[in-house]
Design a protein around this ligand. Structure first.
Ligand SMILES: [Zn+2]
Length: 236
């Protein structure tokens, strides 16, 4: 009993006093713990459509409007139609699908849509401003966005995809591979789009991990950009 009390008192004394004394002795001054380096919000431009951080929304059309990425590749994972995305996004998507399948052997991701050109977007635009972007305003035109489904086709391009094994895994894990869920639930006033649990945007892990750690859901909020619920003046 006496020994235990004595040991406890001694331990408290050491932990409270010893570290500052040691720091003073070894460095001559007590340096405060270094802050981690601040996140560089300007590491990549938000404006050029070739940038992995480009923000495209109803107030921010691609500039130039008919931009075409230079390094499109055919997606390496299964796809419903011939789909291309930018090389770096394809590398990340391939790794993401590989690790998903490793942990879920009966499942797999399928790309429903990748890059869409200005001309293609013009053809698919059906007048539904909440679901389909005007040509020149679609994130798909950057080559950084993919619409994903499961290979079983369950809830493909429907909101119930959020409740599937694939949809839940993507929502929880895509940030590790540099992807974000671009149109989260309840954010239509910010992003301009209703919940699209299938639409993933590649931004690179530097940003996707930072957004995850700070629990910020949209690019607009992260970068302090205006909400973009509707096309602005100069749009259509
Ligand atoms: Zn999409």
């Amino acid at each position: 009993m006496v020994v235990i009390v004595g040991a406890g008192a001694s331990f408290v004394g050491i932990s409270a006093v010893h570290p500052p004394t040691a720091a003073t002795a070894s460095t001559g001054s007590v340096a405060p713990a270094a802050d981690p380096p601040a996140f560089n919000m300007r590491k990549y431009t938000l404006d050029a459509p070739s940038s992995r951080w480009v923000v495209v929304d109803k107030l921010r059309p691609l500039n130039p409007r008919k931009y075409e990425p230079s390094d499109l590749v055919r997606v390496s994972i299964p796809r419903t139609f011939s789909a291309t995305i930018r090389r770096e996004a394809n590398t990340a998507l391939t790794l993401m699908n590989k690790e998903f399948v490793q942990s879920h052997p009966k499942y797999g991701l399928v790309v429903h849509s990748g890059y869409r050109s200005y001309a293609t977007q013009k053809a698919v635009w059906d007048g539904d401003y909440t679901l389909t972007a005007l040509p020149g305003y679609s994130e798909h035109q950057t080559g950084w966005a993919v619409d994903l489904a499961g290979k079983n086709g369950k809830c493909a391009i429907y909101e119930c995809f959020a409740n599937t094994t694939e949809g839940k895994w993507l929502a929880a894990n895509s940030y590790k591979y540099g992807f974000i869920l671009r149109y989260p639930k309840g954010m239509q006033n910010v992003t301009g789009y209703q919940f699209e649990p299938w639409h993933y945007r590649y931004v690179g892990t530097l940003l996707s991990i930072e957004m995850h750690n700070r629990n910020i859901k949209t690019l607009e909020q992260f970068f302090g950009l205006p909400n973009a619920p509707k096309y602005g003046v100069g749009g259509h």
